[in-house]
Design a protein around this ligand. Structure first.
Ligand SMILES: [Zn+2]
Length: 269
């Protein structure tokens, strides 16, 4: 189900120059610091996420803000509701990354989800899948080699900050939200009005749901649950940057465009 490639995000990110393997470019560090600051505001990466939805171009700017805001709230509220009490401390940065992973696993079990770890890294449409949720079996699968590889990539950009255990916890939390949608809460996309995406005369219309709102909710849930310093979809883009498939500057530019669009500037769509 996720993550989505940056290359499809608003069509605005192209393959950029590969980050240098060695040596620290002060300009690149500045860009990275700016990017991390932007990524700490959920609205901009949330906007980018929604911009990948087929309904995006059919929404007014006000509706786009509403859909992102509502989806973020759904994720955050669920994290507060389901993770209050003694386990909150361990997941809110007071423990180790292993603690956070263990507590997220414990929460998943409490909420009726089965968690399994696979030693494969499946691909779909050219994207390596790191985790998924099967609602028919209520099972979350974490693909350890894919997550470990992402952690290695992130370590090159942000040394020591994103361990394999922490990334496992992030992906588990994300999929746990999809479990909550499936079993307890209903899809976030169904809490928002359907969008008319095709109209033929007065009699025939096609309405679609903003499915990306489910991803925004899941990212918001993971961030709140684990007290993350940034909106988690940005990690996917940073992995692409570390792989040389786009640049850090591309990611920063994408978030700047989203902020400008949110605030009424030129639209990023
Ligand atoms: Zn997802």
């Amino acid at each position: 189900m996720c993550p989505a490639p940056l290359s499809t995000a608003a069509g605005s990110v192209k393959a950029g120059p590969t980050e240098p393997e060695k040596g620290v470019d002060p300009g690149a560090l500045e860009t990275l610091a700016s990017l991390l600051e932007l990524a700490a505001d959920d609205r901009w990466p949330g906007w980018v996420e929604l911009s990948q939805d087929v309904v995006f171009r059919h929404l007014t700017p006000e509706q786009r803000r509403q859909y992102v805001t509502e989806a973020l709230k759904a994720g955050r509220d669920a994290a507060v509701r389901y993770a209050s009490g003694p386990r909150a401390g361990a997941m809110a940065g007071n423990g180790t990354d292993d603690d956070a992973l263990a507590m997220t696993q414990s929460l998943a079990t409490t909420l009726g989800a089965r968690v399994q770890v696979a030693n494969t890294a499946p691909q779909a449409a050219g994207i390596t899948i790191r985790a998924d949720y099967d609602p028919s079996r209520r099972t979350i699968t974490l693909y350890r080699p894919a997550i470990a590889q992402a952690a290695q990539h992130l370590d090159r950009l942000l040394p020591g900050q994103w361990t394999e255990a922490k990334l496992m916890a992030v992906h588990l939390a994300h999929e746990l939200f999809h479990h909550l949608e499936a079993v307890h809460e209903g899809p976030v996309s169904h809490r928002l009005p359907p969008v008319v995406t095709f109209r033929l005369g007065r009699l025939f219309t096609v309405r679609s749901r903003a499915r990306r709102c489910r991803e925004i909710g899941a990212h918001g849930f993971a961030r709140q649950l684990l007290d993350l310093p940034l909106f988690p979809n940005v990690l996917d883009w940073l992995v692409l940057a570390a792989e040389g498939r786009c640049s850090v500057r591309d990611v920063e530019r994408l978030l700047l465009q989203a902020r400008a669009a949110w605030e009424g500037g030129p639209d990023s769509a």
